[in-house]
Structure formats: structure tokens, C-alpha cells
Design a binder for this molecule. Structure first.
Ligand code: PLP
Length: 481
């Protein structure tokens, strides 16, 4: 198949880089949410695929982007994007992504990508230090880090490592039906999915109650459940505390949970997909309290750390644990470096064989922003969220659904008796979203709808929060609250 000549690539590449720069510049003037209906994008696209190469590939691609993709996209990089959690695809990180694609190496083995492997190891060791994770999670300390595609994959691979550790016969015989895994009702659904994919069945999933008046796991309840299950012949395999739950940003008490789990040799995996990166700031280090007792820790670069999807950091205390569960070595992958035992083959730390050089985009972000720049950005988001939370707290007709967590604020509209008013809350969210300057999503808190405001875009400024707040107040006035 004919490829572009490098000179032609240079020309088209510039056209595309210009387009991306222009798109990012234009974002504030675009509605965050598109006006689409199911099938409306498909209806604009020809069904036939081209038999002949396009005569003007760059122009055709730009036309597709301008005419179809942009008008039909939810603009995640918009400064008024407050939905879900941020998925910051910083321009800094795109530089590394272009380089990674350009090199096109497959980093399954150290020998298939020595540079990619060791760059990743060095960056992950450095980040473990920067987050205050402790040397036990570095390669020098016997553990180590890897870049996964997602926190969901991270949960799955550590569950497999936990199964192997709890039952050395697992590789040969699979699960025996006694395995149990402990989460809360606020744990991310990827844990339930991991349990399913690992073949444990939903019966293995134990939902630990919350501590009274919170949405965080009760360590006492966990202690009781572990003891009861162990007495009944179950095998507690893994406990998964969350630092910053998806719904409300709740933080489970990792230290007490880890102490309880260790009594039963259960693996402790800390899912800090969104909030974990805040530990770069010394004042948020408390988030990691107890992680020194955990077996693994995950936080996403592709949420709040400026990095274009996909890049999720996973550290394990024991560098042998993932290979023990996942390594399979056919003859065609054998090589002297692997046999020497002196290298990391990252294929043994993940499900797919192949992997790209994600480390390059992490490098671009870390070197382009510097740790100081990243800390300032996180602090700015937390400050904006805090200021919004104060306004909500002071405003009749509004209430905080939970205490704000870092840069996440959850709110209700309330009736005259200060009870959450679900209809008014939903109507307010829809009214704000329809205006186009901001985008919000919701969750459920104690059975009531709550609007989530997740502040986290690099381009969000206090003005954008002001616009959102005025719009919410207007919506409340119209709903008669
Ligand atoms: N864990 C938590 C706490 C999350 O909030 C999310 C996503 O929002 C995930 C896991 C899944 O993230 P990923 O898309 O990286 O799999």
C-alpha cells in the first residue's frame, strides 16, 4: 500500500496541526454539547468506501472535521466542560503522542523497545517519588510502575495478580468459586466488570456498607464481612478502596481498610483514578494515607494530569506479581534480555501483547508543565470548585449534596423545607446544558439526583465558573425554587 512520502506528510501534518490549533482556539465560542440525535452523524456519511485514493487528503479530512465531527461532538476540551471527570488532552501531551505514533514501536518486550521500556520505568519511579508513594512502589524498592490504557484495565490485571497470589494453582485450574472481592456501592463499575471478566461471577462481589453519614467504606463493616466470609470457607482475594469516588469524590479510609484486609492476606488495590494525581501537592498528600500498606495504586494521567487518553499509572508493591499471573512465553518472544532476568517486559504487566510508547506523552507533560505547573493547575481547580461550593452553600434554594471533594462539587436544588427537589435539579441541569456555555452531568446521592460540577480543564477560568453559577441561579428562578 502506498504511504505518504515524508515530505508530503510534513505538508499535511502542518495542515492538521494548524487545524488542531484553530479548533482549540475556537472552543470557547462553540456550544459544549452538540445538537444531535441518534443516527444523525451516520446520515451525513457516505456508505461507500473510496476505491481510489483521495486527491486532496488534507482538505478532505479538514472538511470532515469541520462539517461533521466538530458540529456533532461533545467538546471535552472546552473550558465550560464540567461533566463526568476531565479528560484533559493537553497540547503538550499531543506532542508526545505524535512522536510515539511516528516511532511506531511495539513495547511488548524490553528488547522490542528498550527506550520505551526504560523511559517508562524512570518516569514512573520519579512520579512515585513526586506523589509521595514510597520507595516500595519503585523498581529500586522491589515494586514498580507501568502505564496501562485505563484504570479499568489496571483493576482487572491486579485482580488477576491477586487471584494468583491467593491461590498458586489459579493459573492451572482457574477459580474455585470461593473467591470474594470487596467494594462499596460507590466503587467504579470497572471493578464489577473485572470480577465478571475474571470469571468470578457477581456472587463474588461483596458490597461493604458506608460508614455512618458518609459515602465512604466502613472499615468496621469490612472487618466483620471478611471474618464472616473466611469462617464460611470463602477466600477474600481483593479489597478495593477508592480515593475519590466517581459519583461524589468520597475517600475510603485506606489505612484501616488495608489493616483489615491484611489479616486475611487479601490484595489491597487503591483506585484513585481521578483524585490520586492531587497528591503531587503536599497539602493533598493526606489522600495517600494508608497506601503504604496497599499492594497496588492506580491514578489516571488521562483525567486530571493533562495527558491525552489513554494513560493510566499503575504501581505495584511487588514487581513479580503481575508477571506471575500474566506471563506466557512462546518461542517467538524468547530473547536473551528476558532470559537474563535483568529487564522488565511490560507485556507481562497488561492484557494485550503490544503497547505503544505512552511514556513520551507523559514526558512531554512533565517537562512542558513541570511539577510546579501541574501543582498550580490542580490548586487552581480546587480553589475554583471551593469558591463555587461557598456560593451554593450561601444561596437559598440550593444545597451541597455532599461536602466538596477537591475539584468536584455535587449540588441539589432544594424546596422550601430544604429537601432535595429532583425535578427542579434535573430541569436546572438540562437548562444549563441547553445554553451551550457549560456542560454538567449528574449522579445520585442518598436516592436524590445531584448535579456534579467537576472542574478540571486547563483552560477553565473563574469567569467560566461565574457563567455557570449565574446560569444555575437563573434556572432555579425559572423552576420557582
Ligand atoms: N475509577 C474511578 C474512581 C473513576 O472515576 C473512573 C472513571 O471515571 C474509573 C475508575 C475508570 O477510568 P478509566 O476510563 O481510566 O478506565
Amino acid at each position: 500500500m502506498p504511504d505518504l512520502e515524508p515530505d508530503e506528510f510534513r505538508r499535511l501534518g502542518r495542515q492538521l496541526v494548524d487545524w488542531v490549533a484553530q479548533y482549540r482556539t475556537s472552543l470557547p465560542s462553540l456550544p459544549v454539547q452538540p445538537n444531535v440525535s441518534p443516527g444523525s452523524v451516520r446520515a451525513q456519511l457516505p456508505r461507500e468506501l473510496p476505491e481510489q485514493p483521495a486527491g486532496a487528503l488534507g482538505d478532505d479530512l479538514v472538511a470532515l472535521l469541520n462539517d461533521v465531527v466538530v458540529p456533532s461532538s461533545l467538546h471535552w476540551q472546552h473550558p465550560g466542560f464540567f461533566g463526568y471527570f476531565p479528560a484533559n488532552a493537553s497540547l503538550l501531551s499531543l506532542l508526545g503522542d505524535i512522536a510515539s505514533g511516528g516511532i511506531g514501536a511495539q513495547g511488548m518486550l524490553w528488547s522490542s523497545s528498550p527506550a520505551g521500556t526504560e523511559l517508562e520505568q524512570v518516569l514512573l519511579d520519579g512520579l512515585a517519588d513526586a506523589l509521595g508513594l514510597g520507595s516500595e512502589f519503585t523498581f529500586a524498592g522491589g515494586g514498580g510502575g507501568s502505564l496501562q490504557d485505563s484504570a479499568s484495565s489496571a483493576s482487572l490485571v491486579v485482580l488477576l495478580a491477586a487471584l494468583q497470589r491467593s491461590n498458586p494453582g489459579w493459573r492451572e485450574h482457574g477459580v474455585d468459586g470461593t473467591e470474594t472481592v470487596y467494594v462499596t456501592a460507590e466503587t467504579h463499575s470497572s471493578l464489577a466488570k473485572a470480577v465478571r471478566v475474571a470469571g468470578l461471577g457477581a456472587r463474588a462481589l461483596r458490597i461493604v456498607p458506608f460508614a455512618h453519614g458518609t459515602l465512604a467504606m466502613s472499615a468496621d463493616a469490612l472487618t466483620g464481612m471478611l471474618a464472616k466470609d473466611a469462617a464460611a470457607g470463602k477466600t477474600p482475594v481483593m479489597v478495593c478502596p477508592t480515593v475519590g469516588t466517581t459519583g461524589t469524590g468520597a475517600v475510603d479510609p485506606v489505612r484501616d481498610i488495608a489493616v483489615a484486609a491484611r489479616e486475611h492476606d487479601a490484595w489491597v488495590h487503591v483506585d484513585a483514578a481521578w483524585a490520586g494525581v492531587a497528591a503531587l501537592c503536599p497539602e493533598f498528600r493526606w489522600l495517600l494515607d494508608g497506601v503504604d500498606l496497599a499492594d497496588s495504586f492506580c491514578t489516571d494521567a488521562h483525567k486530571w494530569l493533562y495527558t491525552a487518553f489513554d494513560a493510566s499509572f499503575l504501581w505495584v508493591r511487588d514487581a513479580r506479581a503481575l508477571p506471575a499471573a500474566l506471563s506466557i512465553t512462546p518461542e517467538y518472544l524468547r530473547n536473551a534480555a528476558t532470559d537474563s532476568g535483568e529487564v522488565i517486559d511490560y507485556r507481562d504487566w497488561q492484557l494485550p501483547l503490544g503497547r505503544r510508547m505512552r511514556a513520551l506523552k507523559i514526558w512531554s507533560v512533565l517537562h512542558g508543565a513541570g511539577l510546579q505547573g501541574l501543582r498550580e493547575s490542580i490548586r487552581g481547580h480546587v480553589a475554583m470548585a471551593g469558591a463555587l461550593a461557598s456560593r451554593i452553600d450561601d444561596e437559598p434554594g440550593f444545597a451541597l449534596a455532599t461536602l466538596p471533594s477537591l475539584a468536584l462539587v455535587c449540588l441539589h436544588l432544594v424546596d422550601r423545607d430544604d429537601h432535595p427537589d429532583d425535578a427542579a435539579t434535573r430541569a436546572a441541569m438540562e437548562a444549563v446544558n441547553a445554553e451551550g456555555h457549560s456542560f454538567l452531568t449528574h449522579t445520585s446521592v442518598n436516592g436524590h439526583i445531584a448535579i456534579r460540577v467537576a472542574v478540571g480543564s486547563p483552560t477553565t477560568l473563574p469567569d467560566h465558573i461565574d457563567t455557570l453559577w449565574e446560569s444555575l441561579r437563573n434556572a432555579a428562578r425559572h423552576s420557582g425554587v
